[in-house]
Design a protein around this ligand. Sequence first.
Ligand SMILES: [Zn+2]
Length: 402
Amino acid sequence: MPADPTAADLLAAARADAARTVDLRRRLHRQPEIGLHLPKTQAIVLDAFADLPIEVTTGSSTSSVVGVLRGARPGPTYLLRGDMDALPVHEDTGLDFASEVPGVMHACGHDTHVAMLLGAARLLSERRDALAGQVVFMVQPGEEGYHGARFMLEEGLLDAVPEAPVSGAFALHVSTMWRSGTINVRPGPMMASADQWTVTVHGRGGHASTPHLAADPVPVAAEIILALQSMVTRRTDVFDPAVVTVGHLEAGHTDNVIPETALVHGTIRTLSPERRNDVLASVQRVGEHVALAHDMTAEFVHVEGYPVTVNDADVAAQVTATAAALLGEQASAVMPVPLMGAEDFSYVLERVPGAMAFLGACPPELDPATAPGNHSNHVVFDEDALPSGVALYVQMALNALA
Ligand SMILES: [Zn+2]
Protein backbone atom coordinates (compact mmCIF):
# COMPACT_ATOMS: atom_id res chain seq x y z
CA MET A 1 0.00 0.00 0.00
CA PRO A 2 1.26 3.47 -0.78
CA ALA A 3 2.63 5.45 2.12
CA ASP A 4 1.74 8.81 0.60
CA PRO A 5 -1.99 9.65 1.06
CA THR A 6 -2.22 11.74 -2.13
CA ALA A 7 -0.62 8.84 -4.02
CA ALA A 8 -3.25 6.53 -2.52
CA ASP A 9 -6.01 8.92 -3.67
CA LEU A 10 -4.60 8.99 -7.18
CA LEU A 11 -4.34 5.23 -7.44
CA ALA A 12 -7.89 4.91 -6.09
CA ALA A 13 -9.12 7.41 -8.70
CA ALA A 14 -7.38 5.45 -11.49
CA ARG A 15 -8.96 2.24 -10.21
CA ALA A 16 -12.38 3.87 -9.97
CA ASP A 17 -12.05 4.82 -13.65
CA ALA A 18 -10.78 1.37 -14.69
CA ALA A 19 -13.99 0.34 -16.46
CA ARG A 20 -13.66 3.23 -18.93
CA THR A 21 -9.97 2.52 -19.47
CA VAL A 22 -10.66 -1.17 -20.14
CA ASP A 23 -13.60 -0.37 -22.42
CA LEU A 24 -11.47 1.97 -24.53
CA ARG A 25 -8.69 -0.60 -24.66
CA ARG A 26 -11.05 -3.34 -25.83
CA ARG A 27 -12.60 -1.16 -28.53
CA LEU A 28 -9.10 -0.46 -29.87
CA HIS A 29 -8.17 -4.12 -29.54
CA ARG A 30 -11.05 -5.23 -31.77
CA GLN A 31 -10.08 -2.81 -34.56
CA PRO A 32 -6.28 -2.89 -34.87
CA GLU A 33 -4.53 -0.96 -37.65
CA ILE A 34 -0.93 -1.05 -38.88
CA GLY A 35 1.51 1.70 -39.78
CA LEU A 36 1.26 5.47 -40.02
CA HIS A 37 -2.34 5.79 -41.19
CA LEU A 38 -4.82 4.57 -38.58
CA PRO A 39 -8.14 6.27 -39.34
CA LYS A 40 -10.37 4.10 -37.14
CA THR A 41 -7.98 4.26 -34.23
CA GLN A 42 -7.59 8.01 -34.62
CA ALA A 43 -11.39 8.44 -34.60
CA ILE A 44 -11.65 6.52 -31.31
CA VAL A 45 -8.85 8.65 -29.80
CA LEU A 46 -10.44 11.92 -30.94
CA ASP A 47 -13.78 10.81 -29.52
CA ALA A 48 -12.15 10.04 -26.17
CA PHE A 49 -10.48 13.48 -26.07
CA ALA A 50 -13.68 15.27 -27.14
CA ASP A 51 -15.26 15.82 -23.72
CA LEU A 52 -12.01 16.88 -22.02
CA PRO A 53 -10.65 20.45 -21.72
CA ILE A 54 -7.79 19.54 -24.05
CA GLU A 55 -6.80 21.27 -27.30
CA VAL A 56 -6.37 18.58 -29.93
CA THR A 57 -4.55 18.71 -33.26
CA THR A 58 -4.03 15.93 -35.77
CA GLY A 59 -0.98 15.21 -37.90
CA SER A 60 -0.77 16.21 -41.54
CA SER A 61 1.52 13.41 -42.74
CA THR A 62 0.22 10.66 -40.41
CA SER A 63 -2.74 9.82 -38.13
CA SER A 64 -0.98 11.29 -35.11
CA VAL A 65 -2.91 13.14 -32.40
CA VAL A 66 -1.49 15.79 -30.07
CA GLY A 67 -3.47 17.00 -27.06
CA VAL A 68 -2.52 19.98 -24.92
CA LEU A 69 -3.87 20.40 -21.39
CA ARG A 70 -3.18 23.81 -19.86
CA GLY A 71 -2.77 23.97 -16.10
CA ALA A 72 -4.15 26.71 -13.86
CA ARG A 73 -0.79 28.50 -13.77
CA PRO A 74 1.99 29.01 -16.30
CA GLY A 75 5.01 26.75 -16.29
CA PRO A 76 6.96 24.23 -18.34
CA THR A 77 5.52 21.65 -20.72
CA TYR A 78 5.68 17.93 -20.01
CA LEU A 79 5.06 15.22 -22.60
CA LEU A 80 3.35 11.85 -22.08
CA ARG A 81 3.37 9.36 -24.93
CA GLY A 82 1.14 6.49 -26.01
CA ASP A 83 1.63 4.66 -29.31
CA MET A 84 -1.38 3.24 -31.12
CA ASP A 85 -0.35 0.92 -33.98
CA ALA A 86 -0.76 -2.85 -34.22
CA LEU A 87 1.19 -5.68 -35.88
CA PRO A 88 0.71 -8.02 -38.86
CA VAL A 89 -0.04 -10.96 -36.57
CA HIS A 90 -3.14 -13.17 -36.62
CA GLU A 91 -4.60 -13.22 -33.12
CA ASP A 92 -5.00 -16.66 -31.52
CA THR A 93 -5.83 -15.68 -27.93
CA GLY A 94 -9.49 -16.64 -28.00
CA LEU A 95 -10.36 -13.49 -26.00
CA ASP A 96 -13.95 -12.37 -26.41
CA PHE A 97 -12.70 -8.95 -27.52
CA ALA A 98 -10.09 -10.41 -29.90
CA SER A 99 -9.15 -8.68 -33.13
CA GLU A 100 -11.92 -8.58 -35.73
CA VAL A 101 -9.35 -7.88 -38.46
CA PRO A 102 -7.78 -11.08 -39.87
CA GLY A 103 -4.00 -10.95 -39.79
CA VAL A 104 -3.79 -7.83 -37.63
CA MET A 105 -3.42 -7.78 -33.85
CA HIS A 106 -2.52 -5.43 -31.01
CA ALA A 107 0.17 -7.93 -30.09
CA CYS A 108 2.48 -5.33 -28.52
CA GLY A 109 -0.18 -3.86 -26.26
CA HIS A 110 -0.25 -0.41 -27.83
CA ASP A 111 -4.03 -0.45 -27.33
CA THR A 112 -3.36 -0.48 -23.58
CA HIS A 113 -0.98 2.48 -23.97
CA VAL A 114 -3.64 4.62 -25.64
CA ALA A 115 -6.22 3.62 -23.04
CA MET A 116 -3.86 4.46 -20.16
CA LEU A 117 -2.87 7.78 -21.73
CA LEU A 118 -6.52 8.78 -22.15
CA GLY A 119 -7.19 7.67 -18.58
CA ALA A 120 -4.34 9.93 -17.47
CA ALA A 121 -5.78 12.77 -19.58
CA ARG A 122 -9.11 12.43 -17.73
CA LEU A 123 -7.50 12.44 -14.28
CA LEU A 124 -5.14 15.30 -15.14
CA SER A 125 -8.05 17.33 -16.52
CA GLU A 126 -9.71 17.01 -13.10
CA ARG A 127 -6.47 18.17 -11.47
CA ARG A 128 -5.75 21.24 -13.61
CA ASP A 129 -5.59 23.41 -10.48
CA ALA A 130 -2.54 21.46 -9.36
CA LEU A 131 -0.69 22.03 -12.64
CA ALA A 132 1.74 24.89 -13.22
CA GLY A 133 2.37 24.32 -16.90
CA GLN A 134 1.08 22.19 -19.75
CA VAL A 135 0.80 18.48 -20.47
CA VAL A 136 1.27 17.37 -24.08
CA PHE A 137 -0.34 14.02 -24.92
CA MET A 138 1.58 12.44 -27.79
CA VAL A 139 -0.56 9.75 -29.44
CA GLN A 140 1.59 8.33 -32.18
CA PRO A 141 1.10 5.92 -35.04
CA GLY A 142 3.81 3.82 -36.63
CA GLU A 143 5.96 2.79 -33.69
CA GLU A 144 6.49 -0.69 -35.14
CA GLY A 145 9.26 0.29 -37.55
CA TYR A 146 7.56 3.23 -39.29
CA HIS A 147 9.33 6.06 -37.42
CA GLY A 148 6.00 7.58 -36.31
CA ALA A 149 7.66 9.63 -33.56
CA ARG A 150 10.07 11.18 -36.07
CA PHE A 151 7.18 12.38 -38.23
CA MET A 152 5.59 13.99 -35.18
CA LEU A 153 8.84 15.72 -34.22
CA GLU A 154 9.19 17.02 -37.79
CA GLU A 155 5.67 18.45 -37.52
CA GLY A 156 6.60 20.43 -34.42
CA LEU A 157 5.55 18.13 -31.58
CA LEU A 158 7.95 19.73 -29.11
CA ASP A 159 6.57 23.20 -29.91
CA ALA A 160 2.93 22.23 -29.41
CA VAL A 161 2.96 24.97 -26.76
CA PRO A 162 4.96 27.68 -28.57
CA GLU A 163 5.77 29.75 -25.47
CA ALA A 164 7.01 26.70 -23.53
CA PRO A 165 8.67 23.96 -25.61
CA VAL A 166 8.50 20.45 -24.19
CA SER A 167 11.19 20.08 -21.52
CA GLY A 168 10.56 16.57 -20.20
CA ALA A 169 8.94 13.35 -21.42
CA PHE A 170 7.70 10.02 -20.16
CA ALA A 171 6.35 6.87 -21.79
CA LEU A 172 5.17 3.49 -20.57
CA HIS A 173 5.24 0.16 -22.39
CA VAL A 174 3.41 -2.97 -21.23
CA SER A 175 5.23 -6.28 -21.17
CA THR A 176 4.48 -9.81 -20.01
CA MET A 177 8.14 -10.17 -19.00
CA TRP A 178 7.26 -8.77 -15.57
CA ARG A 179 4.62 -9.39 -12.89
CA SER A 180 1.44 -7.44 -13.38
CA GLY A 181 1.42 -3.91 -12.03
CA THR A 182 5.19 -3.58 -11.55
CA ILE A 183 7.27 -0.72 -12.95
CA ASN A 184 10.67 -1.56 -14.42
CA VAL A 185 13.12 1.05 -15.58
CA ARG A 186 16.84 1.78 -15.69
CA PRO A 187 19.12 4.79 -16.14
CA GLY A 188 21.02 5.16 -19.41
CA PRO A 189 20.51 2.75 -22.30
CA MET A 190 17.07 1.16 -21.97
CA MET A 191 16.60 -0.35 -25.41
CA ALA A 192 18.89 -0.93 -28.39
CA SER A 193 19.39 0.71 -31.74
CA ALA A 194 18.08 -1.47 -34.57
CA ASP A 195 19.47 -1.12 -38.10
CA GLN A 196 18.64 -3.28 -41.09
CA TRP A 197 21.21 -4.09 -43.72
CA THR A 198 21.68 -6.25 -46.78
CA VAL A 199 24.83 -7.54 -48.46
CA THR A 200 24.27 -8.74 -52.01
CA VAL A 201 27.12 -10.84 -53.36
CA HIS A 202 27.46 -10.51 -57.13
CA GLY A 203 28.92 -13.58 -58.83
CA ARG A 204 28.45 -15.14 -62.25
CA GLY A 205 25.83 -17.79 -62.89
CA GLY A 206 26.60 -21.13 -64.51
CA HIS A 207 26.25 -24.91 -64.49
CA ALA A 208 26.52 -26.51 -61.06
CA SER A 209 28.97 -29.09 -62.44
CA THR A 210 31.51 -26.49 -63.58
CA PRO A 211 31.94 -23.96 -60.77
CA HIS A 212 35.36 -22.97 -62.15
CA LEU A 213 33.58 -21.50 -65.19
CA ALA A 214 31.20 -19.52 -62.97
CA ALA A 215 31.65 -17.33 -59.88
CA ASP A 216 29.58 -18.95 -57.15
CA PRO A 217 28.21 -16.39 -54.64
CA VAL A 218 26.73 -19.05 -52.31
CA PRO A 219 29.89 -20.12 -50.39
CA VAL A 220 30.94 -16.46 -50.30
CA ALA A 221 27.66 -15.53 -48.61
CA ALA A 222 28.18 -18.39 -46.13
CA GLU A 223 31.71 -17.15 -45.40
CA ILE A 224 30.43 -13.60 -44.87
CA ILE A 225 27.86 -14.80 -42.33
CA LEU A 226 30.50 -16.65 -40.30
CA ALA A 227 33.01 -13.81 -40.62
CA LEU A 228 30.42 -11.41 -39.21
CA GLN A 229 30.11 -13.48 -36.05
CA SER A 230 33.90 -13.51 -35.62
CA MET A 231 33.91 -9.76 -36.22
CA VAL A 232 31.34 -9.18 -33.46
CA THR A 233 33.18 -11.24 -30.84
CA ARG A 234 36.67 -9.91 -31.70
CA ARG A 235 35.94 -6.21 -32.25
CA THR A 236 33.23 -5.53 -29.68
CA ASP A 237 33.86 -4.60 -26.07
CA VAL A 238 31.65 -6.97 -24.06
CA PHE A 239 30.61 -4.01 -21.92
CA ASP A 240 29.44 -2.09 -25.00
CA PRO A 241 27.84 -4.99 -26.80
CA ALA A 242 26.40 -5.64 -30.23
CA VAL A 243 24.15 -8.27 -31.76
CA VAL A 244 24.41 -9.06 -35.47
CA THR A 245 21.79 -11.50 -36.70
CA VAL A 246 21.28 -12.74 -40.25
CA GLY A 247 17.60 -13.56 -40.43
CA HIS A 248 17.18 -13.85 -44.17
CA LEU A 249 19.32 -15.57 -46.75
CA GLU A 250 18.43 -16.02 -50.38
CA ALA A 251 20.24 -17.51 -53.37
CA GLY A 252 19.27 -19.70 -56.29
CA HIS A 253 16.23 -21.84 -56.98
CA THR A 254 17.47 -25.34 -57.77
CA ASP A 255 20.34 -27.79 -57.28
CA ASN A 256 22.04 -27.74 -60.65
CA VAL A 257 22.37 -24.01 -61.29
CA ILE A 258 24.93 -21.63 -59.78
CA PRO A 259 23.01 -18.40 -59.18
CA GLU A 260 24.20 -14.95 -60.15
CA THR A 261 23.69 -13.38 -56.72
CA ALA A 262 23.27 -14.23 -53.05
CA LEU A 263 21.46 -11.98 -50.59
CA VAL A 264 22.35 -11.77 -46.90
CA HIS A 265 19.88 -9.70 -44.84
CA GLY A 266 20.16 -8.94 -41.15
CA THR A 267 19.84 -6.63 -38.18
CA ILE A 268 22.33 -4.88 -35.91
CA ARG A 269 21.49 -4.07 -32.28
CA THR A 270 23.73 -1.89 -30.14
CA LEU A 271 23.56 0.24 -26.99
CA SER A 272 25.75 3.20 -28.00
CA PRO A 273 26.11 5.42 -31.09
CA GLU A 274 29.85 4.61 -31.21
CA ARG A 275 29.25 0.88 -31.30
CA ARG A 276 26.45 1.32 -33.79
CA ASN A 277 28.67 3.22 -36.24
CA ASP A 278 31.56 0.81 -35.84
CA VAL A 279 29.46 -2.32 -36.37
CA LEU A 280 27.70 -0.84 -39.39
CA ALA A 281 31.06 -0.01 -40.98
CA SER A 282 32.39 -3.44 -40.07
CA VAL A 283 29.48 -5.32 -41.62
CA GLN A 284 30.04 -3.38 -44.83
CA ARG A 285 33.79 -3.96 -44.77
CA VAL A 286 33.54 -7.68 -44.05
CA GLY A 287 30.91 -8.16 -46.75
CA GLU A 288 32.79 -6.27 -49.42
CA HIS A 289 36.22 -7.67 -48.64
CA VAL A 290 35.25 -11.33 -48.22
CA ALA A 291 33.62 -11.05 -51.65
CA LEU A 292 36.76 -9.37 -53.00
CA ALA A 293 38.89 -12.21 -51.65
CA HIS A 294 36.96 -14.49 -54.01
CA ASP A 295 37.19 -12.08 -56.94
CA MET A 296 33.56 -11.01 -56.58
CA THR A 297 31.87 -7.83 -55.46
CA ALA A 298 29.34 -7.21 -52.71
CA GLU A 299 26.91 -4.35 -52.43
CA PHE A 300 26.04 -3.12 -48.92
CA VAL A 301 22.75 -1.33 -48.22
CA HIS A 302 21.86 0.12 -44.83
CA VAL A 303 18.28 0.88 -43.81
CA GLU A 304 18.44 3.16 -40.81
CA GLY A 305 16.38 2.04 -37.84
CA TYR A 306 15.72 3.50 -34.40
CA PRO A 307 18.56 4.94 -32.32
CA VAL A 308 19.37 3.71 -28.82
CA THR A 309 16.65 4.58 -26.28
CA VAL A 310 18.53 6.38 -23.52
CA ASN A 311 16.82 7.24 -20.23
CA ASP A 312 17.97 10.30 -18.34
CA ALA A 313 19.50 8.97 -15.10
CA ASP A 314 17.71 11.50 -12.86
CA VAL A 315 14.34 10.91 -14.50
CA ALA A 316 14.76 7.13 -14.28
CA ALA A 317 15.46 7.53 -10.55
CA GLN A 318 12.32 9.68 -10.23
CA VAL A 319 10.28 6.98 -11.98
CA THR A 320 11.56 4.35 -9.57
CA ALA A 321 10.82 6.52 -6.53
CA THR A 322 7.43 7.66 -7.84
CA ALA A 323 6.36 4.10 -8.66
CA ALA A 324 7.44 2.94 -5.19
CA ALA A 325 5.40 5.74 -3.54
CA LEU A 326 2.36 5.00 -5.70
CA LEU A 327 2.40 1.23 -5.96
CA GLY A 328 4.64 0.08 -3.12
CA GLU A 329 8.36 -0.74 -2.96
CA GLN A 330 7.81 -4.30 -4.18
CA ALA A 331 6.24 -2.98 -7.40
CA SER A 332 9.18 -0.79 -8.44
CA ALA A 333 12.41 -2.24 -9.77
CA VAL A 334 15.58 -1.12 -11.53
CA MET A 335 16.30 -3.29 -14.56
CA PRO A 336 19.82 -4.79 -14.35
CA VAL A 337 20.25 -4.78 -18.13
CA PRO A 338 18.62 -3.14 -21.16
CA LEU A 339 16.45 -4.95 -23.68
CA MET A 340 17.85 -5.39 -27.20
CA GLY A 341 14.50 -4.56 -28.78
CA ALA A 342 14.06 -1.02 -30.12
CA GLU A 343 11.66 1.88 -29.63
CA ASP A 344 11.07 5.09 -31.54
CA PHE A 345 10.50 7.04 -28.30
CA SER A 346 14.30 7.17 -28.64
CA TYR A 347 13.83 10.11 -31.04
CA VAL A 348 12.01 12.07 -28.31
CA LEU A 349 14.62 11.17 -25.69
CA GLU A 350 17.38 12.40 -28.03
CA ARG A 351 15.78 15.85 -27.82
CA VAL A 352 14.52 16.16 -24.23
CA PRO A 353 15.47 14.47 -20.95
CA GLY A 354 12.98 11.81 -19.98
CA ALA A 355 12.44 8.12 -19.55
CA MET A 356 10.55 5.14 -20.78
CA ALA A 357 9.50 2.43 -18.33
CA PHE A 358 7.98 -1.02 -18.62
CA LEU A 359 4.69 -1.79 -16.92
CA GLY A 360 4.52 -5.48 -16.07
CA ALA A 361 1.28 -6.97 -17.40
CA CYS A 362 1.77 -10.72 -17.15
CA PRO A 363 -1.55 -12.39 -16.29
CA PRO A 364 -1.27 -13.55 -12.65
CA GLU A 365 -1.96 -17.19 -13.54
CA LEU A 366 1.10 -17.23 -15.86
CA ASP A 367 4.85 -17.11 -15.18
CA PRO A 368 6.60 -14.06 -16.69
CA ALA A 369 9.50 -16.35 -17.66
CA THR A 370 7.31 -18.47 -19.93
CA ALA A 371 4.20 -16.39 -20.71
CA PRO A 372 3.66 -15.58 -24.41
CA GLY A 373 5.62 -12.38 -24.99
CA ASN A 374 4.97 -9.13 -26.81
CA HIS A 375 4.45 -9.73 -30.57
CA SER A 376 3.20 -13.29 -29.96
CA ASN A 377 -0.14 -14.33 -31.51
CA HIS A 378 -1.00 -15.72 -28.05
CA VAL A 379 0.02 -12.76 -25.88
CA VAL A 380 -2.51 -11.60 -23.27
CA PHE A 381 -1.93 -8.48 -21.15
CA ASP A 382 -3.43 -8.27 -17.67
CA GLU A 383 -5.89 -5.38 -17.65
CA ASP A 384 -5.65 -5.08 -13.86
CA ALA A 385 -2.26 -3.43 -14.45
CA LEU A 386 -3.77 -0.51 -16.35
CA PRO A 387 -4.80 1.68 -13.37
CA SER A 388 -1.21 1.48 -12.09
CA GLY A 389 0.01 2.79 -15.43
CA VAL A 390 -2.60 5.53 -15.51
CA ALA A 391 -1.65 6.67 -12.01
CA LEU A 392 2.05 6.70 -12.87
CA TYR A 393 1.51 8.79 -16.00
CA VAL A 394 -0.51 11.28 -13.91
CA GLN A 395 1.97 11.39 -11.05
CA MET A 396 4.95 11.94 -13.37
CA ALA A 397 3.17 14.95 -14.90
CA LEU A 398 2.05 16.28 -11.50
CA ASN A 399 5.63 16.04 -10.20
CA ALA A 400 7.05 17.80 -13.26
CA LEU A 401 4.49 20.61 -13.07
CA ALA A 402 4.13 20.95 -9.30
ZN1 LIG B 1 5.57 -1.92 -28.66
